[in-house]
Design a protein around this ligand. Structure first.
Ligand SMILES: CC(=O)N[C@H]1[C@@H](OP(=O)(O)OP(=O)(O)OC[C@H]2O[C@@H](n3ccc(=O)[nH]c3=O)[C@H](O)[C@@H]2O)O[C@H](CO)[C@@H](O)[C@@H]1O
Ligand SMILES: C=C(OP(=O)(O)O)C(=O)O
Length: 430
């Protein structure tokens, strides 16, 4: 079993290259199934979720290989649209295979999406969207079946703003007959990226990045090359690390506009931010100010940055409140931070933080990707050693989390231990 060990680290200094965005990569790899020729993708990070997609690809005849850092995909030999339920449930974005394979195959059998556990992650808007386009959705115990002899464009209104269902609707509608409107669509950069990729292949998607997206169905899609956007969520977490002890961290190869809310909030609590064309530097200038953060769908403050922000606000003397309206139960990191001595109370959809308390090392468990980042940031400020288990969650989304943090001077390492070695630690008071 893997364990990350962190040690108290002083101010962090240095630059980190930001790889391609996990959430774009997962959408665009599935979207490539819609093409009728070879697709080459640049910037796809070598993370565990991508490795699962490669094994799904092998099962269905999607030829996918890494050549000189690029992913080359040949979708012409896909021979079935039945996705192994276990594989589909081992990550979140498997639902994109339903949207991407439906127009070509008329029937997709697939397991329910997995991914990070925030207690409730409904897919009702995906189902509503499929039905609006003329498909039947049949929900079984461990899988569901989406079926349509022909997909027909339609107006679709999302009852809530969802990036997943917006992307999935674009995938399903791009080869449907006629026009589809998506109203109350998500505006996330990953939505825009997926639309730009599909348009590169000859799709006709208009308005991505606004709340109304129009899709004119096309009968086929060409092959082509595309570079995905950098990971704004990784970038945000590294910028936050500059505030822990007053350092200076530059994230390179990013699109600063994608981080608007995060940068504004870091400025509010006392970091200085300098943006170049494709890099951002955060300067920790001393004491941090406590604040109030409310997550929202893009361009709001990202829910995926809520956990690292909570760890940073432990360093801001005074009371901070972090509210997650997107996933009101996304607080599994809080009991773990408490094990390190953090004073945080949970009430409804909010964490009430009393910052400025010195953390002490201990054993903690990462329950999901961003909870893991939060625990690393906290561990770097704790006295003594902190041991983080649940590393597999981090590896779903991070390529080289240890190397990247080390390159800015953080003291941390990863090792293998016997499972029994960790289990005794959970008997300690939480
Ligand atoms: C693989 C991927 O891209 N994951 C991201 C994606 O997840 P995911 O695509 O699952 O999240 P959504 O954008 O769909 O969810 C946004 C909100 O809509 C709600 N909702 C969603 C779908 C649905 O059918 N019904 C419904 O009510 C959700 O409960 C949530 O409150 O966006 C989340 C919100 O930015 C991020 O935290 C995840 O990192
Ligand atoms: C929630 C996340 O991932 P997923 O949607 O893949 O579970 C995340 O990346 O923070």
């Amino acid at each position: 079993m893997k364990v990350i060990q962190t040690e108290y680290s002083g101010p962090l200094y240095g630059s980190v290259h930001i790889p391609g965005a996990k959430n774009s990569a997962l959408a665009i790899l599935a979207a490539a199934c819609l093409a009728d020729d070879i697709v080459t993708l640049e910037g796809i990070p070598p993370i565990d979720d991508v490795r699962v997609i490669a094994t799904i690809g092998r099962d269905i005849g999607l030829d996918l290989k890494r050549v000189d850092g690029r992913i080359v995909i040949d979708p012409r030999w896909i021979h079935k649209a039945e996705i192994d339920p276990g594989k589909a449930s081992s990550y979140r974005a498997s639902y994109y295979f339903a949207g991407a394979l439906l127009a070509k195959f008329g029937k997709v059998t697939i397991g329910y999406p997995g991914g990070d556990d925030f207690v409730s992650r409904p897919i009702d808007q995906h189902i509503k969207m499929f039905r609006a386009l003329g498909a039947r959705v049949n929900l079984q115990d461990d899988h569901y079946v989406v079926e349509a002899a022909e997909l027909k464009g339609a107006p679709i209104y999302f009852d809530t703003i969802t990036s997943g269902a917006t992307i999935n609707a674009m995938l399903a509608a791009v080869r449907a007959r006629g026009r589809t409107w998506l109203h109350n669509a998500a505006k996330d950069p990953e939505v825009v990226d997926t639309a730009a990729f599909l348009n590169r292949l000859g799709a006709r998607i208009y308005g991505a990045g606004t709340e109304h997206i129009r899709i004119e169905g096309v009968p086929y899609l060409n092959g082509g090359s595309y570079t995905i956007i950098p990971d704004r969520l990784l970038a945000g977490a590294f910028l936050m690390s500059a505030g822990l002890r007053g350092g200076q961290v530059t994230v390179q190869d990013v699109i600063p506009e994608h981080l608007g809310a995060c940068l504004a909030k870091l400025g509010e609590i006392g970091l200085e931010i300098e943006c170049g064309d494709n890099e951002i530097t955060a300067y920790g200038t001393g004491a941090l100010r406590a604040t109030r953060v409310r997550t929202g769908m893009y361009p709001g403050f990202a829910t995926d940055l809520q956990q690292p922000m909570t760890a940073l606000l432990l360093q801001a003397r005074g009371k901070s409140i972090v509210t997650d309206r997107v996933y009101p139960k996304r607080f599994a990191h809080v009991p773990q931070l408490r094990r390190l001595g953090a004073e945080i109370e949970l009430r409804k959809e909010s964490a009430y933080i009393r910052g400025g308390v010195q953390l002490q090392g201990g054993w903690v468990h990462a329950t999901d990707v961003r909870a893991g980042t939060s625990l690393i940031l906290a561990g770097l400020t704790a006295e003594g050693s902190t041991y983080i288990t649940g590393v597999e969650h981090l590896e779903r989304g991070y390529e080289d989390v240890i190397g990247s943090f080390r390159s800015i001077g953080a003291k941390l390492d990863m090792s293998e231990i016997e499972a029994g070695e960790a289990s005794g630690q959970w008997m300690l008071p939480g």
